[in-house]
Design a protein around this ligand. Structure first.
Ligand SMILES: [Zn+2]
Length: 216
């Protein structure tokens, strides 16, 4: 008999079961990210939620990606502070995957996440503010390597946005990419960057080896 199982834990249930969606509320980032004023994360990467993210991006599986996006929106709406961010943001945007990966997957998970959060924001939708050009595979590089790899690859697409931008990503690993993106936005008229992400890879050994972690 055909039984549907959770992509995060393989137990029978919906696409992603309740215990794999982080269970609880959004929480502050375990490690601060330079140039980001404040950040929230749903769970660590080494979790059912992280496995669901890996399935969504690796398979790739758009249905799982959509469930992740709706989950993030629900959690954001349940959190008065984060919902407040969305109601005061002048823009909701995301850290885009470079185009070869978007092309391969047929979707961009951070863009789907931002679309859901943008839909409940004051501005009503997410908009692309950043361009990230392809580079060396992030997962294969060290923290220093990531920073070198990022140099010159991130640029603002729209320099006219002021105020507070809520930036959305799927996985924050070293924070180097999110930091570089926030710095680029702060180089325009943007005054504050806040970050919302599904997962944070918090273990130094894990992120240096890059097992299964793909940021870009
Ligand atoms: Zn599960």
């Amino acid at each position: 008999m055909w039984t549907r199982t959770c992509v995060g834990c393989d137990r029978p249930g919906p696409v992603i079961c309740l215990s794999c969606t982080g269970e609880g509320a959004l929480r502050p980032l375990g490690e601060p990210v330079d140039f980001v004023a404040d950040g929230r994360v749903l769970d660590v990467y080494d979790s059912g939620l992280g496995r669901a993210v890996a399935v969504a991006k690796g398979k790739p599986d758009r249905r799982t990606a959509s469930v992740l996006a709706r989950t993030l929106r629900q959690r954001a709406c349940q959190d008065p502070e984060v919902f407040g961010w969305l109601l005061t943001a002048t823009a909701v945007s995301w850290i885009p995957s470079p185009w070869p990966r978007r092309l391969r997957r047929g979707f961009d998970l951070p863009a789907l996440l931002a679309a859901e959060l943008g839909s409940v924001s004051r501005v009503g939708r997410a908009r692309p503010l950043l361009h990230v050009s392809p580079g060396v595979r992030q997962a294969a590089t060290s923290r220093r390597g990531r920073q070198d790899n990022l140099r010159g690859r991130i640029r603002a697409r729209d320099r006219g946005v002021e105020g507070v931008v809520v930036l959305v990503d799927d996985v924050v690993t070293t924070g180097a990419t999110a930091s570089a993106c926030a710095r680029e936005l702060l180089g325009t008229r943007v005054e504050t960057v806040r970050l919302i992400t599904l997962c944070q890879a918090g273990d130094a050994a894990h992120r240096e080896s890059g097992h299964g972690v793909q940021m870009l």
